[in-house]
Design a binder for this molecule. Structure first.
Ligand code: UT7
Length: 329
Protein backbone atom coordinates (compact mmCIF):
# COMPACT_ATOMS: atom_id res chain seq x y z
CA UNK A 1 0.00 0.00 0.00
CA UNK A 2 1.51 3.41 -0.93
CA UNK A 3 2.02 6.02 1.76
CA UNK A 4 0.10 9.31 1.46
CA UNK A 5 2.37 12.32 1.79
CA UNK A 6 1.78 16.06 2.04
CA UNK A 7 3.99 17.44 -0.73
CA UNK A 8 3.04 21.14 -0.92
CA UNK A 9 1.27 23.76 1.20
CA UNK A 10 -0.27 26.95 -0.23
CA UNK A 11 -2.24 29.73 1.43
CA UNK A 12 -4.07 32.94 0.68
CA UNK A 13 -5.54 35.64 2.90
CA UNK A 14 -7.29 38.71 1.51
CA UNK A 15 -5.42 42.00 2.06
CA UNK A 16 -8.14 43.76 4.09
CA UNK A 17 -7.54 43.71 7.86
CA UNK A 18 -10.09 44.23 10.65
CA UNK A 19 -8.35 45.11 13.90
CA UNK A 20 -9.62 44.99 17.47
CA UNK A 21 -9.56 48.79 17.40
CA UNK A 22 -11.94 48.71 14.39
CA UNK A 23 -14.27 46.36 16.29
CA UNK A 24 -14.26 48.69 19.31
CA UNK A 25 -16.01 51.21 17.05
CA UNK A 26 -18.60 48.66 15.86
CA UNK A 27 -19.71 46.86 19.07
CA UNK A 28 -19.34 47.19 22.83
CA UNK A 29 -15.97 45.44 23.16
CA UNK A 30 -12.34 46.23 23.88
CA UNK A 31 -8.95 45.24 22.54
CA UNK A 32 -8.10 44.02 26.05
CA UNK A 33 -11.18 41.73 26.30
CA UNK A 34 -10.60 40.23 22.87
CA UNK A 35 -6.90 39.56 23.48
CA UNK A 36 -7.38 38.19 26.99
CA UNK A 37 -10.35 35.96 26.12
CA UNK A 38 -9.36 34.82 22.61
CA UNK A 39 -5.77 35.82 21.76
CA UNK A 40 -6.91 37.54 18.55
CA UNK A 41 -5.50 40.95 17.52
CA UNK A 42 -6.68 41.15 13.92
CA UNK A 43 -8.29 39.14 11.16
CA UNK A 44 -8.34 39.40 7.35
CA UNK A 45 -11.62 40.23 5.65
CA UNK A 46 -12.44 39.65 1.98
CA UNK A 47 -13.53 42.58 -0.19
CA UNK A 48 -17.19 42.47 -1.31
CA UNK A 49 -16.40 41.05 -4.76
CA UNK A 50 -14.32 38.19 -3.36
CA UNK A 51 -15.93 34.84 -2.47
CA UNK A 52 -14.75 31.50 -1.11
CA UNK A 53 -13.83 30.05 -4.52
CA UNK A 54 -11.59 33.07 -5.29
CA UNK A 55 -9.52 32.53 -2.16
CA UNK A 56 -9.49 28.75 -2.69
CA UNK A 57 -8.22 29.26 -6.25
CA UNK A 58 -5.33 31.44 -5.07
CA UNK A 59 -4.28 28.86 -2.46
CA UNK A 60 -4.56 26.06 -5.06
CA UNK A 61 -2.44 27.99 -7.59
CA UNK A 62 0.28 28.45 -4.96
CA UNK A 63 0.32 24.71 -4.30
CA UNK A 64 0.74 23.94 -8.02
CA UNK A 65 3.47 26.55 -8.33
CA UNK A 66 5.31 25.21 -5.29
CA UNK A 67 5.17 21.62 -6.56
CA UNK A 68 5.90 22.64 -10.14
CA UNK A 69 2.97 20.72 -11.62
CA UNK A 70 0.11 21.66 -13.94
CA UNK A 71 -3.56 21.75 -12.99
CA UNK A 72 -4.29 18.88 -15.40
CA UNK A 73 -2.37 16.55 -13.09
CA UNK A 74 -4.85 17.02 -10.22
CA UNK A 75 -7.27 14.08 -9.97
CA UNK A 76 -9.45 15.03 -7.00
CA UNK A 77 -10.38 18.30 -5.28
CA UNK A 78 -11.79 18.16 -1.75
CA UNK A 79 -12.98 21.61 -0.77
CA UNK A 80 -13.63 22.05 2.94
CA UNK A 81 -15.96 24.97 3.61
CA UNK A 82 -19.11 26.13 5.38
CA UNK A 83 -19.32 29.26 3.26
CA UNK A 84 -19.61 27.97 -0.32
CA UNK A 85 -20.13 30.56 -3.07
CA UNK A 86 -23.65 29.06 -3.35
CA UNK A 87 -25.34 25.84 -2.24
CA UNK A 88 -24.75 24.28 -5.64
CA UNK A 89 -22.84 23.82 -7.79
CA UNK A 90 -20.25 22.99 -5.19
CA UNK A 91 -17.29 25.29 -4.72
CA UNK A 92 -15.06 22.35 -5.76
CA UNK A 93 -16.70 22.56 -9.23
CA UNK A 94 -16.06 26.32 -9.46
CA UNK A 95 -12.41 25.87 -8.51
CA UNK A 96 -11.93 22.86 -10.84
CA UNK A 97 -13.06 24.96 -13.80
CA UNK A 98 -11.08 28.12 -13.04
CA UNK A 99 -7.95 26.20 -12.07
CA UNK A 100 -8.13 24.22 -15.32
CA UNK A 101 -8.04 20.90 -13.47
CA UNK A 102 -9.64 19.14 -16.43
CA UNK A 103 -9.09 15.60 -15.18
CA UNK A 104 -10.29 16.18 -11.61
CA UNK A 105 -13.51 15.25 -9.90
CA UNK A 106 -14.35 16.60 -6.48
CA UNK A 107 -16.79 17.68 -3.85
CA UNK A 108 -17.33 20.07 -0.95
CA UNK A 109 -16.82 18.68 2.54
CA UNK A 110 -18.87 20.28 5.31
CA UNK A 111 -17.42 19.73 8.77
CA UNK A 112 -16.98 23.36 9.85
CA UNK A 113 -13.80 23.90 11.85
CA UNK A 114 -12.90 20.20 11.61
CA UNK A 115 -13.31 20.32 7.83
CA UNK A 116 -9.65 20.37 6.89
CA UNK A 117 -8.85 17.49 9.26
CA UNK A 118 -11.65 15.41 7.71
CA UNK A 119 -10.41 16.51 4.28
CA UNK A 120 -6.85 15.31 4.74
CA UNK A 121 -8.08 12.07 6.34
CA UNK A 122 -10.24 11.47 3.25
CA UNK A 123 -7.49 12.39 0.80
CA UNK A 124 -4.99 10.11 2.54
CA UNK A 125 -7.33 7.16 2.11
CA UNK A 126 -7.88 7.79 -1.62
CA UNK A 127 -4.12 7.96 -2.09
CA UNK A 128 -3.38 4.91 0.06
CA UNK A 129 -6.03 2.94 -1.80
CA UNK A 130 -3.95 3.51 -4.91
CA UNK A 131 -6.79 5.06 -6.91
CA UNK A 132 -5.50 8.67 -6.85
CA UNK A 133 -2.03 10.15 -7.21
CA UNK A 134 -2.67 13.88 -6.81
CA UNK A 135 -5.36 15.08 -4.41
CA UNK A 136 -5.83 18.74 -3.62
CA UNK A 137 -7.39 19.46 -0.22
CA UNK A 138 -8.48 23.07 0.15
CA UNK A 139 -9.91 24.80 3.22
CA UNK A 140 -11.50 28.11 2.36
CA UNK A 141 -14.00 30.20 4.29
CA UNK A 142 -15.41 33.69 3.94
CA UNK A 143 -16.73 33.77 7.48
CA UNK A 144 -17.36 37.52 7.30
CA UNK A 145 -20.38 36.76 5.05
CA UNK A 146 -22.16 34.84 7.83
CA UNK A 147 -21.12 36.89 10.84
CA UNK A 148 -23.44 39.36 12.53
CA UNK A 149 -21.28 42.43 13.12
CA UNK A 150 -23.77 43.54 15.78
CA UNK A 151 -23.15 40.42 17.92
CA UNK A 152 -20.02 41.03 19.99
CA UNK A 153 -19.85 37.43 21.17
CA UNK A 154 -19.14 36.12 17.64
CA UNK A 155 -17.98 39.00 15.46
CA UNK A 156 -14.62 39.34 17.19
CA UNK A 157 -13.73 35.69 16.58
CA UNK A 158 -13.75 35.01 12.85
CA UNK A 159 -11.74 35.94 9.76
CA UNK A 160 -11.45 34.99 6.08
CA UNK A 161 -8.77 32.92 4.39
CA UNK A 162 -7.79 29.81 2.48
CA UNK A 163 -5.11 27.15 2.46
CA UNK A 164 -4.39 23.94 0.59
CA UNK A 165 -2.31 20.76 0.79
CA UNK A 166 -1.32 18.53 -2.11
CA UNK A 167 -1.43 14.87 -1.09
CA UNK A 168 0.44 12.29 -3.17
CA UNK A 169 1.73 8.73 -2.82
CA UNK A 170 5.28 8.30 -1.61
CA UNK A 171 7.68 5.47 -0.88
CA UNK A 172 7.04 3.60 2.36
CA UNK A 173 9.42 4.53 5.16
CA UNK A 174 9.81 8.11 3.98
CA UNK A 175 7.04 9.64 6.05
CA UNK A 176 3.40 10.39 5.39
CA UNK A 177 -0.01 9.65 6.85
CA UNK A 178 0.10 7.51 9.99
CA UNK A 179 -3.45 7.58 11.28
CA UNK A 180 -6.50 9.49 12.42
CA UNK A 181 -9.19 9.61 15.04
CA UNK A 182 -12.23 11.64 13.98
CA UNK A 183 -15.58 11.93 15.77
CA UNK A 184 -18.93 13.65 15.62
CA UNK A 185 -21.47 14.30 18.35
CA UNK A 186 -24.56 15.61 16.63
CA UNK A 187 -26.34 16.10 19.96
CA UNK A 188 -24.32 19.32 20.31
CA UNK A 189 -25.43 20.72 16.95
CA UNK A 190 -27.47 23.51 18.48
CA UNK A 191 -24.44 25.01 20.22
CA UNK A 192 -22.94 26.33 17.00
CA UNK A 193 -24.96 26.77 13.84
CA UNK A 194 -26.33 28.98 11.10
CA UNK A 195 -30.05 28.27 11.53
CA UNK A 196 -31.56 29.50 8.24
CA UNK A 197 -30.89 29.18 4.53
CA UNK A 198 -31.32 25.41 4.27
CA UNK A 199 -34.37 23.20 3.67
CA UNK A 200 -35.47 23.41 7.33
CA UNK A 201 -35.71 27.18 7.35
CA UNK A 202 -35.44 28.67 3.84
CA UNK A 203 -34.72 32.36 3.43
CA UNK A 204 -37.72 34.56 4.19
CA UNK A 205 -38.40 38.02 5.53
CA UNK A 206 -38.73 36.44 8.98
CA UNK A 207 -35.37 34.67 8.84
CA UNK A 208 -33.66 37.85 7.72
CA UNK A 209 -35.41 40.01 10.34
CA UNK A 210 -34.47 37.41 12.97
CA UNK A 211 -30.75 37.45 11.98
CA UNK A 212 -30.97 33.70 11.32
CA UNK A 213 -28.48 33.69 8.45
CA UNK A 214 -25.61 34.37 10.81
CA UNK A 215 -23.45 32.23 13.09
CA UNK A 216 -25.12 31.55 16.44
CA UNK A 217 -22.92 30.12 19.17
CA UNK A 218 -23.16 29.12 22.81
CA UNK A 219 -19.52 29.85 23.42
CA UNK A 220 -18.95 28.18 26.76
CA UNK A 221 -20.53 24.88 25.68
CA UNK A 222 -18.33 24.75 22.61
CA UNK A 223 -15.29 25.83 24.63
CA UNK A 224 -15.62 22.94 27.09
CA UNK A 225 -16.17 20.37 24.34
CA UNK A 226 -13.23 21.79 22.39
CA UNK A 227 -10.72 21.48 25.23
CA UNK A 228 -11.89 17.96 26.10
CA UNK A 229 -12.00 16.65 22.53
CA UNK A 230 -8.78 18.27 21.39
CA UNK A 231 -7.02 16.32 24.15
CA UNK A 232 -9.04 13.07 23.68
CA UNK A 233 -8.55 12.89 19.92
CA UNK A 234 -4.81 13.57 20.17
CA UNK A 235 -4.34 10.97 22.89
CA UNK A 236 -6.38 8.38 20.99
CA UNK A 237 -4.53 8.68 17.70
CA UNK A 238 -1.15 8.65 19.45
CA UNK A 239 -2.08 5.56 21.49
CA UNK A 240 -3.35 3.76 18.37
CA UNK A 241 0.11 4.08 16.84
CA UNK A 242 2.31 3.74 19.94
CA UNK A 243 3.66 7.26 19.63
CA UNK A 244 4.13 9.33 22.79
CA UNK A 245 3.40 13.03 23.05
CA UNK A 246 7.15 13.57 23.60
CA UNK A 247 7.86 12.18 20.14
CA UNK A 248 5.55 14.75 18.51
CA UNK A 249 7.60 17.62 17.09
CA UNK A 250 4.69 19.99 16.74
CA UNK A 251 0.93 20.18 17.27
CA UNK A 252 -0.90 22.18 14.62
CA UNK A 253 -4.30 22.87 16.17
CA UNK A 254 -7.39 24.57 14.79
CA UNK A 255 -7.26 28.21 15.85
CA UNK A 256 -10.56 29.09 17.57
CA UNK A 257 -9.36 30.49 20.86
CA UNK A 258 -5.86 30.77 22.32
CA UNK A 259 -7.21 29.61 25.67
CA UNK A 260 -8.62 26.40 24.14
CA UNK A 261 -5.22 25.61 22.63
CA UNK A 262 -3.43 26.48 25.90
CA UNK A 263 -5.74 24.32 28.03
CA UNK A 264 -5.56 21.35 25.65
CA UNK A 265 -1.75 21.57 25.54
CA UNK A 266 -1.55 21.71 29.31
CA UNK A 267 -3.66 18.55 29.57
CA UNK A 268 -1.50 16.85 26.95
CA UNK A 269 1.70 17.92 28.70
CA UNK A 270 2.87 19.77 25.60
CA UNK A 271 4.95 22.93 26.04
CA UNK A 272 3.71 25.91 24.03
CA UNK A 273 6.91 26.02 21.97
CA UNK A 274 5.76 22.74 20.42
CA UNK A 275 2.41 24.11 19.25
CA UNK A 276 1.81 26.54 16.41
CA UNK A 277 -0.36 29.49 17.40
CA UNK A 278 -1.13 32.19 14.83
CA UNK A 279 -4.67 33.10 15.90
CA UNK A 280 -3.45 36.61 16.77
CA UNK A 281 -3.18 37.58 13.10
CA UNK A 282 -5.98 35.59 11.43
CA UNK A 283 -8.68 34.82 14.04
CA UNK A 284 -10.74 31.72 13.33
CA UNK A 285 -10.81 31.11 9.57
CA UNK A 286 -12.73 27.81 10.02
CA UNK A 287 -11.59 25.49 7.18
CA UNK A 288 -8.37 27.42 6.60
CA UNK A 289 -6.78 27.50 10.06
CA UNK A 290 -4.80 24.24 9.75
CA UNK A 291 -3.11 25.01 6.41
CA UNK A 292 -2.46 28.63 7.46
CA UNK A 293 -0.82 27.38 10.67
CA UNK A 294 1.14 24.69 8.80
CA UNK A 295 2.50 27.30 6.38
CA UNK A 296 3.63 29.42 9.31
CA UNK A 297 5.26 26.43 11.01
CA UNK A 298 7.19 25.65 7.81
CA UNK A 299 8.20 29.29 7.35
CA UNK A 300 9.48 29.39 10.93
CA UNK A 301 11.52 26.20 10.42
CA UNK A 302 9.46 24.34 13.00
CA UNK A 303 8.85 21.27 10.81
CA UNK A 304 11.64 19.19 9.25
CA UNK A 305 11.55 16.01 7.20
CA UNK A 306 10.86 13.01 9.44
CA UNK A 307 9.10 14.97 12.20
CA UNK A 308 5.91 13.67 13.75
CA UNK A 309 3.25 16.34 13.16
CA UNK A 310 -0.10 16.18 14.93
CA UNK A 311 -3.11 18.07 13.54
CA UNK A 312 -6.23 18.55 15.70
CA UNK A 313 -9.52 20.41 15.41
CA UNK A 314 -12.94 20.82 16.96
CA UNK A 315 -15.93 22.55 15.44
CA UNK A 316 -19.63 22.84 14.75
CA UNK A 317 -21.51 19.60 14.46
CA UNK A 318 -20.12 19.02 16.94
CA UNK A 319 -17.12 17.59 15.12
CA UNK A 320 -13.62 16.74 16.28
CA UNK A 321 -10.55 14.99 15.02
CA UNK A 322 -6.81 14.46 15.07
CA UNK A 323 -4.43 13.27 12.34
CA UNK A 324 -0.88 12.03 12.84
CA UNK A 325 1.56 12.45 9.95
CA UNK A 326 5.32 12.06 9.55
CA UNK A 327 6.59 15.00 7.52
CA UNK A 328 7.97 13.99 4.16
CA UNK A 329 9.73 17.06 2.68
O1 UT7 B 1 -14.07 26.97 15.92
C1 UT7 B 1 -15.36 26.69 16.24
C2 UT7 B 1 -15.49 26.40 17.62
N1 UT7 B 1 -15.68 27.59 18.41
C3 UT7 B 1 -15.03 27.74 19.51
O2 UT7 B 1 -14.19 26.94 19.82
C4 UT7 B 1 -15.38 28.91 20.40
C5 UT7 B 1 -15.46 28.46 21.81
N2 UT7 B 1 -15.84 29.49 22.73
C6 UT7 B 1 -15.03 30.54 23.04
O3 UT7 B 1 -13.97 30.70 22.47
C7 UT7 B 1 -15.45 31.47 24.14
O4 UT7 B 1 -16.55 30.89 24.83
C8 UT7 B 1 -15.82 32.90 23.66
C9 UT7 B 1 -14.57 33.62 23.21
C10 UT7 B 1 -16.83 32.82 22.54
C11 UT7 B 1 -16.42 33.68 24.82
O5 UT7 B 1 -15.49 33.73 25.90
P1 UT7 B 1 -16.00 33.37 27.39
O6 UT7 B 1 -14.84 33.53 28.24
O7 UT7 B 1 -16.62 32.01 27.32
O8 UT7 B 1 -17.03 34.50 27.68
P2 UT7 B 1 -18.58 34.37 28.06
O9 UT7 B 1 -19.37 33.91 26.89
O10 UT7 B 1 -18.67 33.59 29.33
O11 UT7 B 1 -18.94 35.85 28.38
C12 UT7 B 1 -18.36 36.54 29.50
C13 UT7 B 1 -18.81 37.98 29.44
C14 UT7 B 1 -20.31 38.15 29.20
O12 UT7 B 1 -20.75 39.29 29.94
P3 UT7 B 1 -21.50 39.09 31.32
O13 UT7 B 1 -22.71 38.29 31.02
O14 UT7 B 1 -20.53 38.40 32.23
O15 UT7 B 1 -21.78 40.50 31.73
C15 UT7 B 1 -20.39 38.46 27.74
O16 UT7 B 1 -21.53 39.22 27.41
O17 UT7 B 1 -18.15 38.62 28.35
C16 UT7 B 1 -19.14 39.28 27.54
N3 UT7 B 1 -18.66 39.33 26.17
C17 UT7 B 1 -17.89 40.32 25.72
N4 UT7 B 1 -17.41 41.43 26.30
C18 UT7 B 1 -16.65 42.24 25.55
C19 UT7 B 1 -18.88 38.43 25.19
N5 UT7 B 1 -18.25 38.83 24.07
C20 UT7 B 1 -17.64 40.02 24.38
C21 UT7 B 1 -16.83 40.91 23.65
N6 UT7 B 1 -16.37 42.01 24.27
N7 UT7 B 1 -16.51 40.69 22.35
Amino acid sequence: MPTAQITAVGTYVPPGVLTNADLEKMVDTSDQWIIERTGISERHIASPEMATSDMALEAARRVLEQRGISAEEIELIILCTVTPDMLFPSTACLVQDRLGAKRAWGFDLVAACSGFIYGITTAAHYVQAGTHKKVLVIGSDTMSRIINYKDRSTCVLFGDGAGAFLIEPGPEGEGGFIGFHNEIDGSGGDFLKMPAGGSRMPASHETIDGAMHYVHQEGQQVFKYAVRKMEDCCRTVLAQHDITIDQVKILIPHQANRRIIGAACEKLGLAEDRVLINIQKYGNTTGATIPLATADALAQGKIQKGDYVLFAAVGAGLTAGANLWRWAF
